[in-house]
Design a protein around this ligand. Structure first.
Ligand code: ATP
Ligand code: MG
Length: 577
């Protein structure tokens, strides 16, 4: 604890944000939608979607996209679909589908009856591919994957046409049908669009539309052995669903001409694609591939490890949907990639928890204190405020007795300059209680401090002295006889550097913080915490916000520290002027 004063709750200032309550802040996406509404392009409709590939768990970056898509629909009185872009059966699993559904709901969004799957459109997509073949705009290619890559050329060199490019429509129709019927093994041929091997946009150099995969699909089983490429499925799925604004991340900007080509050549309804910058966060990796690696290689305890940036991880850690939505509103959307400071996310979570989390007293690293002049066997019930931010939250009783625990670091035998808490001969205030003064330090044979003897001043109940004398610190405590023992897990950043992916010559796992988890097993918590349910969140005074973990049992609670009380964000803002 660095502050000499007790109150370390963050200041109530808000960053430039609407807090999710007042009128939404304008941004370039809203401007486009407003323009469409003025021109009548979509007849005033706003229909977005969130289109995850079920090949991993959702993370905080997806949360940005979810808040954006569902948020726009809400603000414009429109609709937002949840659609699984499930075109790659090799990487997709039901477990991921289930977790995504749970996570989007938990964030507070509702797709009503509009839960869709790209796999629902496999039949339609196949027919459209046949149409392209019939129109002479697609062909079956027998080049290998490596050859296709070679023939594609580079940004500076045009591509080369495949020798199979000019097959007759009849031959292509026959081969494509036989692909579909399972006559060829994986990798023997693909269906490609016939666009332009010299296009400056590599995406237009005869992209692959279908590949052969004799693989079981989580939803369509073995009905198909050819699967559409993501690019062939994505835009048409949006078209089928009547999406007005297909919002996606910047890397799809170069794919937009291809999606437009498909839509035009099929002659179907055209949504407007709009690209925005994906979220990057300091000290965090947000690539699914890397997150899967962290889980599979055991760097974390699972997808929902509270150190993970997954929705399930930050939920377990105690982050709230409201805090995450506030974060999404605060960062807004932009056209240029940038990295957001993790401290801002923590700030938003703190802002939300500050309003809602009941205050409790807990001692993480206990030091025994005996009040030598307090009557043996006496117990007082002291009144404690549940939440100073919430007048309706009321008060509770906290038992006080002769033997207490305080935090080890709230005592220093030889106090450093500016250390104002307990020290030999010094008086401090106990939160909601009395002034106490340290009169003796008891040590074991190794010289370790094992307990303190203090006296209390019965005149100071309520925290003030009738003679007007002051103390410079207030510390928290629990009554030894009444406190419960608990486990508390403290977290630090999972990585030691702000951008763990920056150094391409080293694996990102080189930068894992070996001290990202600290488990404290002898904590003492005030008795009113008994029965806390997994997911319940509290502020432990002076220590931060904590959430009860699912590992808790009836006899022993486990808490995760969600976030400390230190407002790093304010510090960063001050530094930046
Ligand atoms: P993959 O590399 O496996 O495709 P992905 O991160 O793109 O991973 P998707 O399931 O395709 O995952 O993402 C669903 C939606 O979430 C997409 O519209 C994508 O643009 C958006 N999204 C993904 N990552 C971020 C991010 N970091 N910031 C904002 N939006 C994101
Ligand atoms: Mg993707």
């Amino acid at each position: 604890m660095t502050s000499k004063e007790y109150d370390m709750t963050p200041r109530a200032e808000t960053p430039e944000s609407n807090g999710g309550e007042s009128a939404p802040r304008s941004n370039f996406i809203r401007e486009i939608i407003d323009e469409h509404n003025r021109s009548g392009r979509f007849g005033g409709r706003v229909h977005t979607r969130f289109p995850p590939e079920p090949n991993g768990y959702l993370h905080i970056g997806h949360a940005k996209s979810i808040c954006l898509n569902f948020g726009l629909a809400q603000d414009y009185g429109g609709k937002c679909n949840l659609r699984f872009d499930d075109t790659n059966p090799i990487k997709e699993e039901q477990e991921y589908i289930d977790s995504i559904i749970t996570d989007v709901r938990w964030l507070g969004f509702d797709w009503q009856d509009r839960l869709f799957y790209a796999s629902d459109y496999f039949g339609q997509l196949y027919e459209w591919a046949v149409k392209l073949v019939k129109d002479g705009k697609a062909y079956v290619d027998h080049l290998s994957a490596d050859e296709i890559r070679e023939y594609r050329g580079t940004l500076t060199q045009p591509g080369k046409e495949s020798p199979y490019r000019n097959r007759s429509v009849e031959e292509n129709l026959d081969l494509f049908e036989r692909m579909k019927n399972g006559e060829f093994p994986d990798g023997t041929c693909v269906l490609r669009a016939k666009i332009d091997m010299a296009s400056p946009n590599l995406n237009l150099r005869d992209p692959v539309l279908y590949r052969i995969l004799h693989a079981e699909h989580p939803r369509t089983g073995d009905a198909w052995c050819i699967y559409p490429m993501y690019d062939w499925a994505h835009g048409q799925s949006d078209s089928i669903e009547g999406i007005t604004h297909s919002i996606c991340t910047l890397e799809f900007e170069d794919h937009r001409p291809l999606y437009d080509w498909f839509i035009q050549n099929l002659g179907i309804y055209a949504p407007q694609q709009i690209e925005f910058a994906r979220l990057n966060l300091t000290y965090t990796v947000l690539s699914k591939r890397k997150l899967i690696q962290l889980v599979r290689e055991g760097y974390v305890r699972g997808w929902d490890d509270p150190r993970m940036p997954t929705i399930s991880g930050i939920r377990r850690r105690g982050y709230t949907p409201e805090g995450i939505r506030l974060f999404a509103d605060t960062i807004g959307v932009a056209k240029a990639n940038s990295t957001v400071d993790l401290a801002l996310l923590e700030y938003c979570i703190r802002q939300d928890l500050n309003k809602r989390a009941p205050r409790k007293m807990a001692v993480l690293r206990p030091l025994k204190v005996v009040l030598t002049n307090y009557p043996e066997g006496q117990v007082e019930e002291l009144e404690a405020v549940n939440n100073p931010e919430d007048p309706d939250a009321g008060t509770r009783k906290v038992p006080f007795s002769r033997v207490l625990y305080i935090e080890q670091d709230d005592f220093m035998e030889n106090p450093a300059p500016k250390y104002y808490r307990l020290a030999p001969g010094r008086e401090v205030r106990l939160r909601y209680g009395y002034f106490i003064k340290c009169v003796d330090v008891i040590k074991d044979t190794q010289g370790q401090i094992v307990e303190l003897h203090c006296t209390y001043d019965p005149e100071t109940r309520g925290g003030t002295a009738p003679d007007g004398r002051k103390v410079k610190a207030t510390i928290h405590w629990v009554s030894a006889a009444h406190a419960q023992e608990a486990e508390v897990r403290l977290y630090d950043n999972l990585f030691t550097v702000p951008d763990p992916g920056a150094d391409e010559t080293r694996p990102f796992t080189d930068f894992i913080n070996p001290d990202s988890l600290e488990v404290l097993t002898t904590c003492r918590i005030e008795p009113s915490l008994a029965g806390a349910k997994p997911g319940e969140r509290f502020q432990f005074e002076r220590l931060g916000y904590f959430a009860a973990d699912p590992d808790s049992t009836e006899s022993r609670l486990v808490f995760n520290r969600t976030v400390t009380l230190k407002d790093e964000w304010a510090k960063i803002q001050k530094q930046q002027g």
